[in-house]
Design a protein. Sequence first.
Length: 390
Amino acid sequence: MFNKRSIQDLALAGKRALVRVDFNVPLKDGTITDDTRIRAALPTIQYLLEHDASVVLMSHLGRPKGVDASQSLAPIAVRLSELLGKNVAFAKDCVGAEVEAQAQALQAGQVLLLENLRFHKEEEKNDPDFAKQLAKLGDVYVLDAFGSAHRAHASVEAVAHFLPAAAGLLMAKEINFLGKVLSDPSRPLIAILGGAKISDKLPVINNLIPLVDKLIIGGGMANTFLAAAGYEMGKSLVEKDAIEQARELLARCSGKLMLPIDLMIADGFSNDANHEVVTVGGIKPGWMALDIGPHTIEQYRKALEGARMVVWNGPMGVFEMPNFATGTNAVAHAVADSGAISVVGGGDSVAAIEMAGLTARVTHISTGGGASLEFLEGKMLPGVAVLPEK
């Protein structure tokens, strides 16, 4: 359970809260194309304002090499003003005398958004002097950017050494749900892992195998397992370097691992390619597996029917192409229909849930793809480690 200090444990009236949020949203020609991460931060911001604090928000955006106007957070200040129903002031930098004056002038209930932290190279170096400059902007520090908690950056880790620190509501929610998967799961606990590469997920698989009742495998990573089991995979994506590890996992965990029994294959990597369903042993030379097949979907759906807790990270196929999205969509519906406590992480799985219109039927959608994976690997995230206990 969550035992870190949270904003609910702080006296906030009259204080300036310096809040690390994750406003790393997609922008096209200066327009935000998905504001999910901004909305996810609203409960924490509103809680602080309701408790008579002023709020200084900081975030990174993209991977700029120095100052880059195309990666300015200015459009986010405009959108946040709309969502909060109040003006959000914008600072043209995130450190320096001018920004300090802006922060110190804030009255209770006012909000200031700082410019992109990554315009300064010291941010990613976890530079203590840069963190000390950030700390001058607040009286308390709040970490609400779970999506960045796996990075030891100045605004995530170092700054917490200079101010009283606490978790925001989103951060607490993330750690609560993901922590429950690892330490206090409802059973049966079923994990679903997909995506392209087994190598990306090996640490997660090794950590989850002793904990789960079933581990469902899909996506490109299933190909490597099937190759390890001796099946001819044609031109399918197979990680040859990971076959031996996959073989070892199959031997060790055969009762828990669920692999595809049929596949949707195609003669090219294109939505318009010729495609058909075959059993796992029936891939034609020159063809490739791009989705799980209908019998696999049914098998996975039945496994999920009795689950009391489900954690899902990664699609079942190349779901960006409509002809190879069936497996991912079916799993999304099966997770929602299961009635289980469901925790979904990873951009593609979240996108699948949103595309299927099932967001409201999932218990928790994680805002941190890389962070949620590292958490499920059993790693202590720098942003979590630095927060004091209650």
